[in-house]
Design a protein around this ligand. Structure first.
Ligand code: CA
Length: 364
């Protein structure tokens, strides 16, 4: 009897440990593409369902509307006080990854097809939802290093999941932080102590250039080589033909920022029907936009097992032009790459289901 009781207690504590909702820091580039919006929407819907806790939402770029756009979405889901931040002094600073200078956030919105065409959708969110954000310019937001260090220092050991769906700038900077008033640990020691795993939307399998790792490739190399916890990759090949967002774009009811972004940026059903191959090359399908970032959120919150298979291997940046490579190594590979298990169509419907859920507390 005694033995049974001990086993039961151990089992229930193990169950509790497994089922404790992940605590997530979300690191995004709301700069040009908009699967980030879908990813943050999914994360909030999962938090509404009690499946995760959102600790912070930081921008990996200094593109002027990047932080404000995150805040608009946080506001929509009734969580306007989630800490936000952005990198200081380095990384992507303009309205697109190759920009050499910032766009003045006070300059007129301009045209969708203008110089800051990719960033237009985020600047428009700020124009359309005044009062829903705190930082009109990412450079006025707190230093992401301080946000990361404060939150990690306050959390239990081995409890934090980082989900990055943008550039790797913040995570390199975090690793390079020194002990300070927030924590006596340097960045790498703090990450080793507090972070459970890093789920990264990055990697072009088996090799080549991938958007998130190539643009600030020096940061990617430093972060991936020195990161002290497991890393799971949702790579370009997985997400590129897993289409989501049409459902939220066509949702009945009042407008909201998630619906606005998808409705304003995916081609119509008619356009897809006319030339599906052209749109496929641009990573659009009848279901919507390639769900690169949303799949990373699913992995971060629900884990690999429900929807994906895992391949062990080693990811590394190679050369000095932003190329990467993945070497499978089933025995000793320190990294994991997700591969298809249930159909991508089914995964996309799960994502659509989350993106179309009404916020539990918010929505106005
Ligand atoms: Ca992204």
């Amino acid at each position: 009897m005694m033995k049974k009781a001990v086993v039961l207690i151990l089992c229930s504590s193990a169950l509790f440990a497994v089922s404790a909702p992940p605590k997530v820091i979300f690191d995004t580039d709301m700069l040009t593409d908009f699967d980030d919006v879908g990813a943050l929407a999914c994360l909030h819907a999962l938090a509404d369902a009690g499946e995760c806790e959102i600790l912070a939402t930081v921008s990996s770029t200094r593109g002027n509307a990047s932080v404000g756009a995150i805040e608009v979405i946080n506001h929509y889901y009734g969580r306007p006080d989630i800490p936000t931040g952005a990198p200081k002094g380095m990384g992507i600073l303009g309205a697109h990854p190759g920009a050499k200078k910032k766009v003045d956030p006070k300059s007129p919105l301009g045209e969708k097809s203008g110089n800051d065409g990719g960033h237009y959708k985020y600047r428009k969110l700020l124009a359309d939802y005044p009062g829903w954000y705190r930082h009109a310019d990412a450079d006025d937001a707190p230093d992401a290093n301080d946000v990361y260090r404060r939150i990690l220092a306050a959390q239990q050991d081995g409890s934090v999941t980082i989900c990055s769906v943008g550039f790797i700038t913040n995570l390199r900077r975090l690793l390079e932080t020194k002990p300070d008033a927030i924590s006596p640990l340097d960045g790498k020691a703090l990450v080793a102590k507090k972070v459970k795993r890093w789920v990264a939307m990055a990697c072009r399998y088996p090799d080549g250039k991938e958007y998130n790792s190539m643009w600030d490739h020096e940061s990617s190399r430093i972060a991936f080589e020195n990161w002290p916890t497991p890393i799971v990759f949702s790579d370009v090949l997985y997400g590129r033909d897993c289409f989501a967002g049409r459902a939220v774009a066509e949702m009945e009811g009042p407008r909201n920022p998630v619906k606005d972004v998808f409705a304003g940026n995916i081609p119509s059903r008619e356009e897809i029907r006319k030339d599906s191959h052209k749109w496929l090359r641009r990573a659009f399908g009848m279901g919507g936009r390639a769900a690169w970032d949303e799949t990373a959120v699913l992995v971060a919150v629900r884990g690999i097992e429900p929807y994906f298979n895992a391949e062990r291997g080693t990811f590394r940046m190679v050369g000095n032009k932003g190329d990467d490579e993945w070497a499978p190594d089933a025995e000793n590979g320190p990294h994991i790459r997700i591969t298809e298990k249930v159909s991508k169509f089914e995964v996309a419907r799960v994502i659509d289901g989350l993106m179309t859920r009404k916020p539990l507390h918010g929505g106005k």
